[in-house]
Design a protein around this ligand. Structure first.
Ligand SMILES: Cc1cc2nc3c(=O)[nH]c(=O)nc-3n(C[C@H](O)[C@H](O)[C@H](O)COP(=O)(O)OP(=O)(O)OC[C@H]3O[C@@H](n4cnc5c(N)ncnc54)[C@H](O)[C@@H]3O)c2cc1C
Length: 486
């Protein structure tokens, strides 16, 4: 009688889950296990919780739903607070389990846990079977070995588009026989994880709820019932509302939905509705996601170093006061402040917003990009180690494909992507009475114009914390001297 455990991590689903399907196929009795690893709930070096309350709540919801889904097919998800490399071997001994199945991760911390677990299980003569399942393209199907992964995204994309195909999804099991008697375990509350319960601001783009059903429902809504996919490429740079982009990121990050499932549905949409630039562009974005994961596999922990993947010795500043103004959305630049308020109060920010605030932190304030990356890590519901640190490397100009000092002109970006000022007024009520695009530069209003506005409400915004042009020039000099040293 073969007994197997399936270790769930950032793959909180039963559809397209190769370890689960293989375990059910090979073993007679199967249970799932999830560990809330205390190391994920410590403080980051910058002082923020490694997993903030918004994401912790989403994880708890996703785990609870996975438990229900496994129960529906006859099995169970055991839930523990503890290190997987301690909990799983003990459970194998207690239950007489001889096989453990799981999905591999890409980042060093997670891989270290895999190594330690495998070492312990080896000593117990428990067989470990690990699979890759987080990307659209399987690493074995890439046209190059990972160590020769192109350093330019475009080179990666073109060669993959030419030579690789996406594997089909694996079916969810219909019936699973559990190992009995099933040990009783219970989900922790958010307080047991050392976090406070917080409700997102009701202006949030979506009320994100964790779980496979919610992920599939969002897909159903975006593709089919609201038919938004056909215009994705035209709307994806907007910042206001639920519909400008898919909002799949949190469910993808926790594995409530697989990228191959999304791909399968895009293909179905292309065959039944329309195949256009928008349907292609969503695949293009999922390829960015793949790319950052493969970059992590190729380069490992270098991506976290202050010099980034380029190992560039930029003399970033670490002015705590300036950083706090950025973090709390009090820089005096409405585009930055509105986006940072959104992140602070809801755990989400659009891609356009993320690019602008990251550019502002590094190219206008000249602050250490790691502080920004850690704030995102703590706060984002959709935090994904590869996408976050990959994008921050890129924004700071120290990534694998760095192209010198590039920055976003905040005022230009504001007028291009929030032409009427609706987004900034939505998040910054102090600007409510400033009409149109003028809301982007309240500091530029003349004294006689102030009479038209409510000074009390808007006064937070009279004093920008830097001069946009001068700060960019100063930081460009700092950046270029690092290039010379290198
Ligand atoms: C500084 C910075 C930090 C970021 N941190 C994260 C992060 O921690 N987690 C995360 O999932 N994304 C991150 N992104 C990428 C991107 O901003 C989000 O994936 C996107 O905004 C999520 O919204 P969406 O699902 O509606 O995206 P859509 O526009 O609908 O895109 C569909 C999917 O494609 C993927 N995707 C899109 N853009 C990118 C990108 N630039 N890099 C990698 N994947 C992408 C995501 O999985 C996304 O869900 C970051 C971007 C920047 C500039």
């Amino acid at each position: 009688m073969q007994k197997a455990l399936v270790w769930f991590r950032k793959d909180l689903r039963i559809h397209d889950h190769e370890p689960l399907s293989k375990a059910v196929h090979h073993a007679d009795k199967v249970l799932g296990i999830y560990c809330f690893d205390p190391r994920d709930y410590v403080l980051l070096p910058a002082g923020f919780p490694k997993t903030g309350s918004f994401r912790a709540k989403f994880i708890l919801q996703s785990v609870a739903q996975l438990k229900n889904k496994l129960q529906e097919v006859g099995s169970e998800l055991l839930v523990y607070v503890g290190k997987p490399e301690d909990v799983i071997p003990k459970l194998c001994e207690d239950l007489g389990v001889k096989e453990v199945y799981y999905h591999q991760e890409a980042a060093p911390e997670e891989k270290l846990v895999e190594d330690e677990l495998e070492n312990k299980l080896f000593k117990l003569k428990v067989t470990v079977k690990s699979f890759w399942g987080h990307t659209l393209f399987h690493p074995e199907d890439l046209p190059f070995p990972l160590k020769r992964l192109p350093e330019l995204f475009t080179d990666f994309r073109k060669s993959v588009e030419r030579e690789s195909t996406v594997r089909s999804c694996v079916d969810a099991p219909q019936k699973i026989n559990p190992i009995t008697p099933i040990p009783y375990t219970q989900l922790p509350g958010i307080k047991e994880l050392g976090l406070a319960e917080i409700e997102p601001d009701n202006r949030a783009v979506l009320s994100f709820r964790g779980g496979e059903d919610e992920a599939l429902a969002r897909l159903d809504n975006y593709f089919w019932s609201s038919n938004l996919l056909k215009q994705y490429k035209d709307t994806r740079n907007e910042m206001l509302g639920a519909d400008y982009s898919t909002k799949f990121s949190a469910w993808l990050a926790l594995g409530c939905i697989s990228p191959r499932k999304i791909y399968e549905e895009i293909t179905r949409y292309e065959n039944t509705h329309v195949k256009n630039d928008s349907t292609y562009w969503l695949i293009f974005e999922l390829m960015w996601r793949d790319y950052y994961r493969f970059i992590m596999l190729k380069h490992g922990s270098a991506i976290f170093n202050i010099g980034g993947l380029q190992n560039l010795p930029v003399k970033w500043k670490s002015n705590k006061d300036l950083f706090e103004l950025w973090r709390n959305g009090k820089t005096g630049f409405p585009l930055i402040d509105a986006n940072m308020q959104e992140l602070l109060l809801t755990g989400f920010m659009s891609n356009r917003g993320r690019q602008n605030v990251a550019s502002f932190l590094t190219k206008n304030l000249g602050l250490n990009w790691q502080l920004g990356a850690q704030w995102f890590e703590s706060q984002l519901i959709d935090y994904d180690v590869c996408s976050n640190y990959g994008n921050w490397n890129y924004a700071a100009g120290i990534g694998n494909d760095a192209r010198g000092f590039r920055y976003f002109n905040i005022v230009k970006q504001a007028t291009q992507y929030d032409a009427n000022g609706d987004y900034v007024r939505y998040w910054l009520p102090g600007l409510a009475k400033i009409n149109g695009a003028r809301a982007h530069q309240p500091y530029a209003l003349k004294p006689n114009e102030l009479r038209d506005y409510d000074f009390e409400l808007t006064r937070d915004y009279w004093q920008p914390i830097v001069d946009l042009e001068k700060s960019v020039k100063e930081n460009e000099r700092m950046f270029n001297s690092a290039l010379k040293v290198k």
